[in-house]
Ligand binder design. Structure first.
Ligand SMILES: C[S@@+](CC[C@H](N)C(=O)[O-])C[C@H]1O[C@@H](n2cnc3c(N)ncnc32)[C@H](O)[C@@H]1O
Length: 195
């Protein structure tokens, strides 16, 4: 549910991100969070599903996690996010708590290339939003956690088309998947696992 606590944390994070962009801070310290419209889109993917289990790879300070967890709270569900930067981990925990969403979201600390394989769960929706060079490996490990009917969403496939064009083509050429590039904000690849 998008209550006042959720809205106010989202708005604060948007203001922080705008300020960081204006200050031209190095990418390691910026949140690099999804656009607001992408956040709404993620919410819309999750909120209508009953007991939706979400895996997020690249939680940063929690902006997209909060959209996803607000969706998961709607009809039941849960978000498991992953993050490897200690400062972002601390901010993620604080922001998710400020939004009142601790019961709907948890964080796994460490390199997702190692941690995801060890998660003993399957997911209905996966969001990949980490380093672009790792997307292929992250998809391969995430796919082991998604059953037929599950959805993998990858952000930045148009903003980083040189790196991620191959990611989209591989998904669209795979007969065991149905995949489409959605030209929203930085570009989202939506991939449904068929078998
Ligand atoms: C683009 S930002 C994610 C933004 C976030 N999804 C949001 O919209 O609020 C990418 C994040 O992924 C984290 N990251 C990159 N590679 C990772 C990895 N292998 N394992 C875990 N976290 C990773 C980075 O530290 C960074 O915070």
């Amino acid at each position: 549910m998008l209550d006042g606590r959720v809205r106010s944390v989202l708005e604060r994070l948007e203001l922080e991100t705008d300020r960081e962009k204006r200050q031209n801070l190095p990418r390691e310290v910026r949140s690099r969070q999804v656009e607001r419209t992408t956040g709404r889109f993620l919410f819309a993917l999750v909120a209508p599903q009953t007991d939706c289990e979400v895996l997020e790879i690249g939680g940063s300070r929690g902006y997209s996690s909060i959209w996803l967890a607000a969706g998961a709270r709607y009809l039941g569900g849960h978000v498991l996010s992953t993050e490897n930067d200690p400062k972002k981990i601390a901010a993620w925990r604080e922001n998710v708590a400020d939004a009142g969403l601790e019961d709907w979201a948890d964080l796994v600390e460490g390199d997702a290339l190692e941690t995801v394989a060890k998660i003993d769960d399957v997911f209905d929706v996966v969001l990949i939003d980490a380093e672009k060079d790792d997307y292929e490996a992250l998809f391969q490990v995430a796919r082991t956690k998604v059953e037929p009917g599950g959805l993998v969403v990858a952000d930045n496939v148009l903003s980083h088309e040189e790196t991620l064009g191959a990611y989209s083509r591989a998904r669209q050429d795979d007969p065991t998947l149905e995949s489409v590039t959605v030209p929203l904000d930085r570009g989202l690849e939506l991939t449904v696992v068929l078998r």
